[in-house]
Design a binder for this molecule. Structure first.
Ligand code: AMP
Length: 320
């Protein structure tokens, strides 16, 4: 069997210009994995030019600084996309500019998009996949790189809580903790510290979420509410995971309006009902229990919410 890990390292060795990109609207696993991968390539191959690209997010600036690259000046470059299944959602990289492409991801995708792919939908995170790549090859890392990888695993598995947490997730995390000096106090402060404004906004959501008799919880967050609480427009999206384990809610979804791109951003989470198939019918997709969508009109948002409620209804009927 071809060793995918060795093949990835071989390709990295072949190219002197390497660009690493991830999805738009990134989370700590997306930014953590692209920066960790950039830094580890630079650490092992100091003469290579390696760039981690995409729009910066102030809330994740503790993960490191991102790069800008003029793709028209690249001559013989390798593109590595992480944490994104297809090119529609890649931030700041244009595939035809590259001589070779690699995907490292854990999202489901029914077709091949890059020349070489390390895709494992059973992996908790891309940071877990990169940790695996390191331990299966001779790549060296520093304490700082290990900390970023550990942080991405913790964030995407929701502190080893979600069902994507496997023995491998725990083994690789334990190895990182054992082999490197990871400052957990700083790491968890960076990841979980919130201002009072955000906590109050969270309380607003709890007080205003609509829950159907089928166990579907939803809320449309208006921009004047976001302004009233003085929070960031991405705050709702970032806190959607915190609404897990509410007894009356099996599937929940937030809608917020992205003024810049003139579209509704939908975050969907579930405690056991598969939601990504419905999301993919509404210009979205994602994991079985954590999906998202981008919609142009409010009536499409209503249609998606109705479809999710219908899913809950079907499941409820099965249980009765
Ligand atoms: P989020 O709620 O933004 O954290 O997204 C949850 C999951 O759904 C992530 O794995 C995203 O990659 C995926 N996702 C979010 N929005 C979309 C979209 N418009 N199309 C496809 N997948 C998406």
């Amino acid at each position: 069997m071809v060793n995918i890990y060795k093949q990835i390292v071989k390709k990295i060795k072949e190219y002197d210009e390497i660009v690493i990109a991830r999805h738009i609207g990134p989370d700590p696993d997306a930014i953590g994995s692209e920066i960790a991968l950039r830094d580890l390539i630079k650490h092992n191959f100091p003469n290579k030019k390696v760039y981690a690209v995409g729009a910066g997010v102030s809330r994740f600036k503790y993960l490191g600084v991102l790069d800008k690259v003029d793709e028209s000046k690249l001559t013989h470059a390798l593109l590595i996309i992480v944490d994104v299944p297809t090119f529609e959602r890649v931030d700041s990289a244009y595939l035809p500019r590259y001589d070779y492409s690699i995907k490292i991801d854990h999202h489901p995708c029914d077709h091949k998009v890059c020349d070489l792919e390390l895709v494992d939908t059973k992996s908790s995170s891309v940071c877990q996949l990169i940790t695996e790549l390191i331990y299966k090859t001779k790549l060296k890392i520093t304490d700082e790189i290990a900390s970023k990888l550990y942080l991405g695993i913790v964030a995407d598995s929701d502190r080893f809580l979600l069902s994507y947490t496997t023995p491998k997730t725990l083994e690789l995390s334990a190895k990182l903790l054992n082999d490197y000096n990871i400052d957990l106090m700083t790491l968890y402060n960076n990841l979980y510290e919130r201002g009072l404004d955000e906590r109050r906004f969270e309380a607003y959501i709890i007080n205003n979420i609509t829950v159907t008799e089928n166990g579907f919880g939803y809320i449309k967050i208006e921009n004047d509410i976001i302004k009233k609480f003085g929070v960031d427009s991405s705050t709702a999206s970032n806190m959607v995971n915190d609404f897990n384990f509410i007894k009356e809610i099996k599937v929940w979804a937030f809608s917020s309006y992205d003024e810049k791109n003139e579209q509704f951003k939908i975050n969907i989470r579930s405690r056991g009902i598969v939601v990504n198939e419905v999301a993919s019918k509404f210009n979205g997709g994602g994991h079985k229990f954590a999906s998202g969508a981008r919609l142009k009109t409010e009536s499409e948002v209503d249609d998606l919410f109705n479809a999710l409620d219908e899913l809950c209804k079907i499941e409820k009927q099965k249980e009765e």
